[in-house]
Design a protein around this ligand. Structure first.
Ligand code: ATP
Length: 233
């Protein structure tokens, strides 16, 4: 079974091809990494997956539904952090989530206390976000993305700007969402080390093209040529 099925996706900006004939299949219940250097097309790919940009050719199916035909799909069934999550700095963590909850639907506001606990912000929800560390903001972003209780989380470079401690906390959170809650996580990064620690499977992208899609196990123990290629990222 495939949760995300991208078929022949291409996106151009003028003469530049940001995403080039990409086919991608992501199974449910895994952490899937989209690994590539700056400018490789990661953000563009994520915007296509979420229906935030239209492909020039190809299509994206999520759970068998064509995202372009049902743009509301991304909002209802996918939680996402596309850029560094933005919050109202003078509102508390709880208030920020409350502002967002009506956009997600019934029952979202009631989930706020358990979500704060889930992301390790229990007891910090009544503090203003302007006092949060980067790691706390990122985890509040995950809580916001989980308000609709989505099976799929899509995260664009979620550990950018985090220190070692923040990264470790974030990794633990993501892994538990996959292993304990059975969610699927699709995340992009330019850090090979992060992919190895976090992900079950990876696709490696260069200049908009997927050059390999493999399991992390194969990545670590596979052909030397592949390792050299990735380490160049
Ligand atoms: P980064 O890690 O630096 O964010 P990325 O892998 O996410 O890089 P994209 O942001 O998807 O890559 O960009 C892929 C290519 O498409 C780049 O060459 C970028 O300059 C170009 N690009 C992206 N968005 C636009 C846009 N709106 N208009 C023009 N060119 C764009």
């Amino acid at each position: 079974m495939t949760l995300i099925d991208a078929q022949g996706l291409t996106k151009r900006f003028g003469a530049r091809i940001a995403v080039d004939a990409v086919d991608l299949a992501v199974r449910p219940g895994v952490c899937f990494g989209f690994l590539g250097p700056n400018g490789a097309g990661k953000t563009t790919m994520i915007r296509l997956l979420l229906g935030l940009a239209r492909p020039d050719t190809g299509r994206v199916l999520i759970g068998g539904h064509d995202v372009a035909q049902r743009p509301s799909l991304a909002l209802s069934s996918v939680g996402a952090i596309v850029e560094e999550p933005r919050f109202h700095p003078h509102l508390t963590g709880v208030e920020n989530l409350r502002v967002h909850a009506p956009l997600v639907g019934d029952g979202a506001a009631a989930r706020i206390p358990s979500l704060l606990e889930r992301v390790g912000l229990h007891g910090r929800g009544d503090e203003k976000v302007k006092g949060y560390s980067m790691g706390m903001r990122q985890r509040l972003g995950v809580a916001r993305a989980l308000l609709g209780d989505p099976q799929l989380l899509v995260l664009d470079e979620p550990t950018n700007g985090l220190d070692a401690e923040g990264m470790a906390e974030f990794r633990t959170l993501i892994r538990s969402m996959v292993e304990e809650e059975g969610r699927t996580v699709f995340l992009s990064s330019h850090l090979l080390d992060e992919m190895q620690k976090l992900c079950d499977e990876v696709a490696i992208v260069e200049q908009g093209r997927i050059i390999t899609q493999t399991t992390v196990r194969e990545l670590l123990h596979g052909a030397t040529g592949t390792r050299t290629l990735i380490l160049d990222c």
